[in-house]
Write a protein that binds this ligand. Structure first.
Ligand code: 5AD
Ligand code: SF4
Length: 569
């Protein structure tokens, strides 16, 4: 029996993108084939996000469409993976019986067997009753496969076993050849879960307790990726700077070093007194990757928590040239009262102290190494007054982010804010504050971009720009077998992306004949578009580290031309 054709669509964060990549690799190694659209697939999977309701709504509407299709195609297997599966659990099946497979983010190592079982059961049901339609009495539930952590995800004993097999999923990538030859950029997870319990957030419930991966596993994975041609690695975690691995306590289960449950060091910006032989801190991890994977071009990380960010980390970034000077440090609000209600654990004063300290160590535009910051804010959190909002605007201006992600508060069942605080800011007020904050950020981003005019910046080339790819798709048939897995990553929420990339690129000068527009990023994560010969001329710039002279700037991106200066980036 052939394994089947799979369509997988991913919503939400970078962590979900990585999860999708890893489960895809596992399915491909079992003989599944990936197809670019749901219509040609036997198995349709949605890896979903439930941080805001908006993301879940998209999946509900996709599932509605599949329910119609399944009436005529009862062999179809539909799966919901990720945080939405974990959060909604079996309620999701009750509301949407089209779903056969439910798999939480802490159980993804089990996905291949869940899909396999669901396919076999559905196919055998069809073989028994080839003409049957659901109305003819086929028990659809018998094909159903569910793997969720439930509340057990926060119980340490259960966690140890669950995480052990989950670690295998991350490890599977380093024991099999790279699924996507030619790729130049990759994510590597360093921490799973979150212990912060911000009152609005579902992540500690859906992804479970914070667990740090063993440093040797992380470094091996980085090395394997770099050996395979990856130039840029982004380390992922909900609070990456809390990374801390205690070696002494390591145990081995089934041949795999057991990841340790992290104990956050909460000594402000002092050095960790236990750092040393038995502990690998985040600073140690960055230094080791930089030193032990010398052929890696760029090392980045997201997301940082604004508390407990030691000077040791800042110094390691400063002293290691291939570590990017870019920090994504969500503030969430500029009002101490709201930060308390959000359980963020810092005041506005402490946040500002941190970014000033980071700038003092890392902002060196005079040697071509500025520090850039980006932030997240929630507007319309319960009880937010005009004064609270004014404080948020003031903090956004003070922090001078190169960009900020701004979200309207979305009450999420199961969180403390949902249970205890009334969602009392009207929708139109949330919208107005959202737009206002975006407008202020646009001004700041514009100012920051203009500072780059006339400078030469080092960039990592991501590939032809999206405008370019669209033009190519319109002009000629889509490329066939490129050897890559066609993962579909749905755009982040509209308010999450700085703006539609299309609008961004429309400002670019029309390319001359034989040249195309390339998209790239500075080590401070600024987007840079430039025109250069197309890959058809035999020069594919994708994955190269190059220098670009900046000749144009908007609030969304820089524009420039390739530098003739051969100095290394
Ligand atoms: N409502 C709105 N925004 C939220 N975020 C997390 N939970 C919520 C919620 N319930 C935002 C935070 C976080 C980002 C990933 O999503 O700003 O940093
Ligand atoms: Fe959610 Fe707060 Fe953890 Fe971020 S730090 S994932 S906002 S609980």
């Amino acid at each position: 029996m052939s394994a089947g054709r799979v369509y997988l669509e991913t919503f939400g964060c970078q962590m979900n993108e990585l999860d999708s990549e890893l489960v895809s690799g596992a399915l491909v190694s079992l003989g599944y084939r990936f197809v670019p659209g749901p219509d040609e697939a036997d198995v349709v999977l949605y890896n979903t996000c439930s941080v805001r309701e908006h993301a879940e709504q998209k999946v509900w509407s996709r599932l509605g469409e599949l329910a119609l299709r399944k009436k005529d195609d009862p062999g179809l297997v539909v799966g919901v993976l990720g945080c939405m599966a974990e959060r909604d659990g079996t309620d999701l099946i009750r509301r949407m019986p089209v779903v056969d497979v439910l798999c939480g983010p802490g159980e993804l190592d089990k996905l291949p067997s869940l899909v396999d079982n669901a396919l076999r059961t559905r196919r055998s049901l069809m073989a028994d009753a080839p003409d049957a339609r659901p109305a003819d009495g086929i028990d659809r539930r018998s094909a159903r496969q569910v793997a969720l952590q439930g509340n057990a995800s926060r119980r340490t004993a259960t966690l140890a076993a669950a995480e052990d097999s989950l670690e295998q999923l991350d490890l599977s990538r380093s024991t099999s050849p790279l699924d996507t030859p030619g790729r130049r950029s990759a994510y590597v997870r360093i921490t799973r879960g979150c212990n912060k319990f911000c009152t609005y957030c579902v992540v500690p419930f859906t992804r479970g307790a914070e667990v740090h991966r063993p440093p040797d596993h992380i470094i091996d994975e980085c090395r394997r990726l770099a050996d395979a041609g990856v130039v840029e690695i982004t380390l992922l975690g909900q609070t990456v700077n809390h990374y801390r691995f205690e070696h002494g306590a390591a145990v081995t289960v089934g041949g795999v070093t057991q990841p340790q449950k992290g104990r956050a060091f909460t000594g402000g910006h002092a050095r960790d007194p236990l750092a040393g032989a038995n502990v690998t801190t985040f600073a140690d991890l960055l230094r080791r990757i930089h030193e032990e994977v010398p052929h890696l071009g760029r090392l980045r990380f997201v997301t940082s928590y604004p508390r407990d960010f030691g000077d040791d980390v800042l110094e390691v970034i400063r002293d290691h040239p291939r570590i990017c000077r870019y920090l994504h440090v969500p503030a969430q609000s500029g009002s101490d009262r709201l930060l308390k209600a959000m359980n963020r654990g810092y005041t506005v004063g402490e946040y500002v102290e941190f970014i000033d300290r980071a700038r003092a160590v890392l902002d060196q535009p005079e040697i071509g190494r500025p520090l850039t910051l980006s932030g997240d804010f929630i507007v319309g959190f319960p009880g937010e007054t005009e004064d609270d909002f004014a404080s948020t605007v003031a903090l956004l201006r003070r922090a001078r982010y190169k960009n900020a992600f701004i979200f309207k508060y979305s009450p999420r069942p199961g969180t403390v804010a949902f249970d205890r605080l009334e969602d009392d800011v009207p929708e139109d007020v949330k919208r107005r504050r959202n737009n206002h904050l975006l407008a202020v950020q646009t001004e700041v981003s514009d100012e920051i971009s203009k500072e780059y005019l006339g400078r030469t910046v080092g960039v990592f080339v991501e590939g032809p720009s999206r405008k370019q790819r669209k033009a190519e798709r319109a002009g000629r048939p889509a490329p066939g077998a490129t050897g890559t897995i066609p993962l579909t990553i749905a755009g982040r929420d509209a308010d999450r992306s700085p703006a539609a990339e299309g609008a961004l690129e429309a400002g670019a000068a029309d390319a001359e004949a034989g040249t195309i527009q390339w998209a790239s990023r500075t080590d401070g994560d600024l987007i840079v578009f430039f025109d250069a010969p197309s890959p058809d001329t035999g020069r594919d710039l994708t994955g190269r580290l190059l220098r670009v002279e900046v000749t144009g700037a908007s609030n969304l991106a820089l524009f420039g031309t390739l530098s003739r200066d051969p100095a290394p980036v």
